[in-house]
Design a protein around this ligand. Structure first.
Ligand code: GLC
Length: 568
């Protein structure tokens, strides 16, 4: 892995890191993180593809004069052939010139820091692109310094037709075998994802050394944290035995994945990674648990190292489902480990689409559902991750197959249940102008059909919009410590369709009522820690309304009330 000139001995360009950041070194628990998919956020140079200058132009949307988030996570910005939307990297130390290059990145960090926004990079360290110099160097020869950096294995044998047989039965998440034969080497290489994403061998010391040097390089450039792509796959069983099989609906689910990820020495590797990151103060990381369980996510969580679990993403829009899942997550994480809160990301259907579909809600309920979703995300215990566009209620966009930018989608078949992630990665509409103000050129991916009515500028000027609601909720969160890192207790508001919880911690308690029903209901203000609650953010009632414990309250469909304890 080469180091860019900018990374060699670069002084800390995070010098803008000053008193303007909120929450001190605790920001990874108390703050809110916003995910940017750079190719679709904003295009600064008119080539139709989003880029870093585009992000710089729109930092005020994220900063204190806009949403007021604490950090942004950039999906991969490295040079990439783009067969997996940037998650196929050719050089982890550089910024893709197509996205603005290294100079634009350093400007972005400085400009973000100036606004109190920290920058989190997506580290794809499980695999590289097949165009990466390491792979190119190891592909043709079993000798030389790069020969052993990938998981090369001999064929298990040769079949009757002379075809080499793969070393074991492992399959790729994206369909087909997890092994591809390389005639020049006479060996197979391993890939959990596409064949264009060969997997590095983390058991080879030179791999770990190079990866950690690369991490140090980004820290020196002022990066505040990292998202670790599929981090529980880094290590495989050293002998790579075949997985046991079972009944299932796809090649992937017909195996018990004992040996291809979640290995016992993973925690030690995470500790070594954290020791590198802790070489700079106040830096966090968050691991993406690949097909992991809630218990697995909790077990790998550490101070300053969060782990995504996926239980909230699969839920229908029903209060009982959220109640149960919040309680289950609380039991799994306990008070000492800190969870994340996620409803959408670049791999999933957008939550407003998913949640509305789960109850067959009509289109005119979309904004109300988006607001209820925001209330869940920003008031339960855990660091919230907002996915770009959700703050204006962006939905999935139907993409015709020939316009897809997600190559695995072309392989969908009875044995490969997948969907086209392009639908959730469409360009952000900023204005009602051509292409939603996303680009002055031709957008790389079509925008939603509602771009003329649904955009940031319009919603910023409308106090009843989804965006204004996000801003109000984020302000309430910033102003009330218990919403940031308080404990959560799910309580009863006397109505089955109303999700109710109390956050308590430093500062006064906060009560949250989120009505997830499509009809009106009558809820009761729980008699909990306070006799009176004062509204700090609400979709329907006026702010500062006082609510007496025990009093009943009529709630409209998807109405939300957030109130702070007044008198005890
Ligand atoms: C992660 C990314 C996903 C990518 C995969 C392989 O799951 O979130 O987008 O396809 O890793 O890199």
């Amino acid at each position: 892995m080469t180091r860019s000139p900018a990374q060699r001995g670069t002084p800390d360009v995070g010098r803008a890191r000053s008193g303007s950041f909120r929450h001190g070194d605790d920001w990874w628990r108390r703050g809110v993180i916003y995910q940017v998919y750079p190719r679709s956020f904003a295009d600064g140079d008119g080539d139709g593809l989003g880029d870093l200058p585009g992000i710089i132009d729109h930092l005020d949307h994220l900063g204190p004069d806009g949403l007021g988030v604490d950090a942004m996570w950039l999906s991969p910005i490295y040079p990439s052939p783009g067969v997996d939307g940037g998650y196929d990297v050719t050089d982890h130390t550089r910024v893709d010139p197509v996205l603005g290059g290294d100079a634009a990145f350093d400007t972005l960090v400085a400009e973000a820091h100036r606004r109190g926004i920290r920058v989190i990079l997506d580290l794809v360290m499980n695999h590289t692109s097949d165009q990466h110099e390491w792979f190119v160097g190891s592909r043709s020869s079993r000798d030389g310094p790069l020969a052993d950096r990938y998981l090369w294995r001999d064929p298990a044998g040769i079949d009757a037709s002379g075809t080499p047989l793969p070393p074991n039965n492992w399959v790729s998440w994206f369909g087909g075998p997890a092994w591809t034969f390389e005639p020049a080497r006479g060996q197979f290489f391993h890939h959990t994802f596409l064949a264009e994403q060969p997997e590095v061998d983390w058991r080879v010391p030179a791999v770990e050394t190079a990866m950690f040097d690369m991490v140090r390089g980004w820290l020196a450039r002022g990066v505040d944290g990292f998202r670790l792509d599929t981090f529980n796959v880094f290590l495989k069983h050293p002998d790579m035995p075949s997985n046991p099989t079972r009944r299932g609906t796809s090649a992937w689910t017909r195996q018990v994945h004992l040996y291809d990820f979640d290995q016992p020495d993973l925690p030690a590797l995470i500790e070594r990674f954290r020791a590198v990151v802790d070489g700079a103060t106040g830096r966090m990381s968050v691991g993406e648990m690949f097909v992991g369980t809630l218990a697995g996510a909790a077990a790998l969580t550490r101070d300053r190292h969060l782990v995504f679990d996926w239980d909230l993403l699969g839920l229908p829009l029903r209060a009982d489902a959220f109640r149960r899942t919040i309680r289950r997550r609380e039991r799994a994480f306990g008070l000492e480990r800190w969870p994340t809160a996620v409803l959408s990301n670049h791999d999933q259907s957008r939550h407003v689409t998913r949640l509305a579909a789960s109850v067959g809600a009509p289109e005119h309920d979309r904004d109300a559902i988006a607001k209820a979703g925001a209330a869940i995300l920003l008031t339960i215990r855990g660091t919230p991750f907002l996915y770009y566009g959700e703050e204006i209620g962006m939905a999935d966009v139907a993409i015709p197959p020939h316009e897809s930018v997600d190559p695995p989608a072309a392989r969908v078949g009875p044995d490969f249940p997948w969907w086209d992630r392009s639908q959730a990665r469409t360009p952000m509409p900023w204005t009602g102008g051509p292409s939603g103000g996303f680009t002055s050129g031709t957008p790389w991916l079509r925008l939603g059909p509602d771009v003329a009515e649904r955009h940031v500028a319009g919603q910023a000027a409308d106090p009843g919009s989804v965006l204004s609601w996000y801003r109000a909720l984020l302000a309430a969160r910033a102003g009330h410590r218990s919403l940031q890192d308080g404990a959560i207790q799910v309580v009863s508001a006397g109505d089955p369709d109303t999700l109710a919880h109390v956050r308590s911690g430093p500062g006064p308690e906060v009560l949250v009522l989120i009505h997830l029903g499509a009809g009106a209901c009558r809820a009761r203000i729980p008699s909990g820690p306070a006799r009176t609650w004062s509204v700090v953010a609400a979709t329907h009632v006026d702010p500062a309304t006082r609510l007496a414990a025990g009093r009943s309250l009529e709630l409209e469909p998807y109405e939300v009330v957030v109130a702070v304890a007044q008198d005890r």
